[in-house]
Design a protein around this ligand. Sequence first.
Ligand code: M6R
Length: 604
Amino acid sequence: MCGIVGYLGKKNTKEILLSGLKELEYRGYDSAGIAVLQNGNFSNYKAVGKLVNLEKKTKNFITNGFAIGIGHTRWATHGKPTELNAHPHIGENSYVVHNGIIENYVEIKKDLKNDGVNFLSQTDTEVIVHLFEKNLKSEKSAFGAFKKTISKLDGAYAILLVTKSENDTIFYAKHGSPMLFGVNAENEKYFASSDTPLIGQCSHVNYFEDGDYGYVSASEIVIFDKNNIKKDAVLSALSENKLSAQKDGFRFFMEKEIYEQGEVISDTLLGRITENEVIFDEIPKDLFDGIKELKLCACGTSYHSALSASYLFERYSKIKTSVEIASEFRYREPIMSKDTLFVVISQSGETADTLETLKMAKNAGLKTLVICNVDNSSMVRLADATILTRAGIEKGVASTKAFATQITVFWMLTLYIAKIKKSLSNKKISRQISLLREVPSVVKVTNEMHEKIKRISKRYLHGHGFFFIGRDIFFPLALEGALKLKEISYLHAEGYPSGEMKHGPIALADPELFTIALLPEHLHFEKSKSNVEELSARDSTICAISAVEFEKADDFIQISKCKDYMLEFFEMMVVVQLLSLEISIRLGNDVDMPRNLAKSVTVE
Ligand code: M6R
């Protein structure tokens, strides 16, 4: 995801900006750039790909004495990852960097174009700098022009802007995207979108509140709040520990990543849905021509997301779908026909078994698609088409946000295919899209929910095993819940279809067998309930997760009332992730780096 840095001071500004951007690399990005203003002249550099490309381009550039600069790492949303779309964006005499989305950029762009403004990029960000320069002509000061500009922006943003008309000042605004400002004893001033770039550079920082805006120069720090009231900076001492700062105050990366899911799912959806259609500009228009069947292939959590997707594809897109575990598929001499689209799913894009199946499908002449989180990974380079999940870098070995974004992509793809195959009416597609829009808020972790799960977790630290059970698409979610738990708690857990328990596993039922029951209100509720009752009658300890009270449960985790089972799916996903996390923490395990596991499994 995008990152911002800014600097005012006498050190080599380029070095400060580049090293700040380096600290933000872990968030993921596909291009980067800097703009430096010294003695009234701008120097601007941009490069696609990793920071090393930008470092090469700026090799001979140095600043001597006071300068101001802004820098950015961009994760493409509006417009492809190209140099023109990389930040900082230029006006006539100013540059801007921005994180977030300007929702009304289309209208602003139209007005500016009518005024004769020429746009260089496809981004929403570029409107900010042009609007600022337009306002500069009518306002008395650069700050007046900046204030007027941000008053016209809808959406979420963190913005830094520099202009020749005030060449010792950085203008900033924060609304919905993080930004902070730091100082040190040498009177240097820094900005960043998270505190890691400031560690080691600043002693104290001020975290901006939503609605804050103002400017910082060599001699002044000016902050206005959302009600346009001037306020003082609240400077707090900055931690010196980079790792803990990257965790943003969370105990583990996995916890942080669970909390981030709302944000990353918004990124997954960004620019890909309108009111009544799903748009995937990145896949060729003819990808589904002649395709009668989908074959999905993956490992681990990605396999569970594929399994979940198969329910959606058959239910809504009316396309035959089969799902394969990559390590099995490779060796079982499968029959592959050319009317099958072969889809691999991978967070890393490097998993050896999955990669091999992709090669097999290509060799057999099948069309291929990869759903992946890492651009330029081996699978992305090999497949005919790619849909990126945009989850940002996932550090916890136990996958959470990658799964959430894979499911989001699959749900969108279902509707995309349903439109092509006319298997759902436009009205139904629009309804599904409006549900999709609710997902980011459904997955937000509430304090109340987290506290409840923390409390309950103390009762699940022993026993002879866990059964996660669910029906339909909640069966793969049960598999995923069990995988999460076993990976980080080292307790034995299995996922089972609720209806299958009586065909054997129920023999294990006793008070020391823990059943985590997924009971969605909007999908086979009564049937799933009877399966849980069967287990309760045999004295299994039941932890039920549902929107509907369930009196037979020993523990009950209530999710919110939702309109649709898919929203229940997403909320239950968060519950099972948090439950595993809290059990693992109580057991004193290393949540982020569980024993025997690696984040990317590049051996077969
Ligand atoms: O990078 P991939 O999605 O291809 O990885 C597949 C599995 O190795 C991965 O999902 C693994 O199961 C995770 N540790 C699950 O949390």
